[in-house]
Design a binder for this molecule. Structure first.
Ligand code: FAD
Length: 577
């Protein structure tokens, strides 16, 4: 038994969350998730495996020593990631009038007493160096050789947002970083390669199971593995995230017994375009930084009534105020109004948004833009230390899939590209060192076969749409106990058949991952009986520092590959500084 490698079945792990079911009866049963027969499995070997090709993953790849082989896998083409869609920019203390202390303070205030001060300090002080590095790699930020043109966003006390092509910062950064990474001889990139599960053996991560172009799963054995799978916005109906953001990383880490933290915290961006038939495009915060007003359906500018910073209050406050104003006016959205600003400047500063809106007959300089909050950034995730080390030896993580301590209970705008760069570099360097120094020799191990499961066809899309709509209604900007309980029960009923289904392609695996992370999120939101940062409980509207100024962790115990018991919401973890 000890010589076999374990892959925890989502069916099993999933049922574990939903029913709080002890799997004692299944212990000793072989558990293997998706690969059909290891007798015929293809095996690949690499020194460092990086799962995810967004900014964090590619920055990590660039940090690995060139004597080591790196394999980057990404489930779509490389440019499809949250990173590529980033609009506003990267925050950095660049202006001589600005101070690191200001940026640190703004981040800590937004984080509502859950940030880790040492982490905030480290990331922010590293910021300018990382931004300069992007310039050296070919990123063309606005301002060019005359110095950066710095913007301002909600919660920032100073102009410090570096941006590119107006509102296409992510696309420009990724263009340069992808080009540089593709040129590295020791890095191989596999696109359209879906990571199904992690391989673990004797308490250590050994790589992952990957299916490229929906083909037979391949066992990729790695000395060190770095998880950089990004976010989970697709759990919700209204979201700014692209289709790849299906919570795969948190779910596969959970199944492998890795600790997750603060999963109740999902950031909702206040201004997501709300036009029937349009994609839910983000309208960047920078537009409010330029002076746009938020008005309700009666034409009233409402933010000054909720916060003295008005439209430039942090995102949690603007989202919650917007929802309240929508309820007061019984209208499904509010509007951004830029009609008092210089129309030429507006169009040149935000060309992407101007183009998107013009497709629906809206001129952003003169028409009101309909917006409402949508799921934007997953604050909770895999717990990591300052080098990106997770609770599972051999597994590192960076970027949006993590809970690093930078954002606390609410992320300050434009701090996440920065986090991806700083932690991507840190995790890449640390994993590279570990692969060089101490990692055991790699060999293919026999894999246990999973329990059999139903293979009857059913409508995956139907469950997915229902889940997204349920999460939007009951686990959105405002939550309460009865609503969360209803969400938990409904997800449990979906899980009863989805988790017992044996899928052999991406839509099915994604659905299992969406349900797994949604269930964890709902349980965490139920447990936190207070309001803090992005987590607003209408039945517990105030923060409760005495009981809740702390993180919550969740992890299943995996002994030799078998989940044993769920430490669901073990609150005995550290107080934030
Ligand atoms: C519309 C939008 C605007 C934003 N604007 C800003 C901004 O202005 N400033 C800012 O700081 N932040 C912004 N953010 C947030 C920021 O872009 C992200 O938090 C950050 O880029 C995440 O980087 P990442 O590398 O961790 O993840 P991503 O960039 O999302 O990369 C994840 C990668 O993992 C891959 N992947 C996922 N699952 C699997 C799997 N099962 N198998 C294989 N590969 C997998 C994906 O294909 C992708 O390559 C924005 C986000 C969005 C959606």
């Amino acid at each position: 038994m000890g010589s076999k490698v374990a892959v925890v079945s989502p069916q099993i792990a999933g049922r574990h969350i939903f029913d709080n079911h002890s799997l004692a009866g299944e212990r000793g049963s072989p558990t293997r998730s998706h690969a059909r027969s290891d007798l015929h499995a293809v095996h690949r070997f690499t020194d460092v495996l990086i799962i995810g090709g967004g900014l964090a993953g590619l920055r990590a790849a660039n940090a690995v020593d060139s004597h080591q082989q790196v394999l980057v896998v990404t489930k779509d083409v490389l440019r499809e990631s949250n990173s590529s869609y980033a609009q506003g920019g990267i925050a950095g203390v660049i202006d001589p009038e600005d101070r690191f202390e200001n940026h640190i303070r703004d981040t800590m205030i937004a984080g509502a007493n859950l940030c880790d001060h040492d982490v905030v300090n480290m990331v922010i002080r590293d910021g300018p160096r990382r931004i300069e590095e992007l310039v050296r790699w070919g990123t063309q930020f606005d301002g060019g050789s005359d110095g950066f043109e710095l913007g301002r966003e909600g919660g920032h006390s100073h102009e410090r947002i570096v941006h590119a092509q107006g509102d296409a910062t992510g696309a420009e950064i990724m263009r340069a970083v992808i080009k540089r990474t593709r040129a590295l001889e020791h890095v191989r990139i596999l696109e359209n390669a879906f990571t199904i599960d992690l391989l673990t053996h004797e308490g250590r991560c050994r790589g992952a199971i990957i299916s490229q172009d929906a083909g037979e799963p391949v066992m990729v054995w790695a000395k060190e593995t770095i998880l950089c799978t990004g976010g989970a916005g697709q759990i919700f109906r209204e979201s700014t995230n692209p289709a790849v953001a299906t919570a795969d990383g948190t779910s596969l880490a959970y199944r492998a017994g890795v600790e997750l933290r603060d999963m109740e915290f999902m950031q909702f961006h206040p201004t997501v375009l709300y036009i029937a038939g349009s994609s839910r495009s983000l309208i960047t915060e920078a537009i409010r930084g330029e002076g746009a007003y938020l008005i309700d359906s009666t034409g009233k500018r409402f933010m000054p009534e909720y916060d003295e910073r008005a439209e430039l209050a942090p995102r949690d406050i603007v989202s919650q105020s917007t929802i309240r104003q929508m309820q007061l006016t019984e209208h499904p959205c509010v509007y951004l109004d830029l009609s008092h600003l210089d129309s030429k400047r507006v169009k040149s500063r935000f060309p992407g948004i101007a183009e998107t809106c013009s497709k629906f007959g809206l001129d952003i300089a003169s028409d009101r833009i309909p917006v409402r909050p949508g799921a934007h950034y997953m604050l909770g995730g895999v717990t990591v230390d300052r080098q990106g080390r997770t609770s599972l030896p051999g597994l590192w993580a960076a970027g949006e899939v993590t809970s690093s301590g930078l954002h606390g209970a609410n992320r300050l705008a434009s701090n996440s590209l920065l986090e991806g760069l700083v932690y991507g570099a840190a995790a890449g360097e640390a994993a590279s060192r570990a692969a060089c120094e101490g990692a055991p020799e790699m060999k293919a191990l026999p894999i246990r076969q999973s329990v059999s499961a139903s293979t009857e066809a059913f409508d995956i899309d139907d469950v997915r749409v229902s889940l997204k709509s349920l999460m939007g209604r009951l686990v959105g900007v405002e939550r309460d106990g009865p609503g969360l309980q209803k969400a938990a029960d409904t997800i449990g009923s979906y899980a009863a058949y989805v988790m017992n289904h044996q899928f052999d392609d991406e839509p099915g695996w994604e659905l299992q991952n969406l349900l797994t992370t949604a269930a964890i999120m709902v349980n965490a939101a139920m447990a936190r009986t207070e309001s803090r940062g992005v987590h607003f409980r209408s039945d517990f509207p105030a923060p409760d520092d005495e009981h809740w100024r702390r993180h919550m962790t969740i992890k299943i115990d995996v002994d030799g590959g078998y989940p044993q018991q769920t430490n669901l919401l073990d609150p005995a973890s550290s107080l934030a500084s």
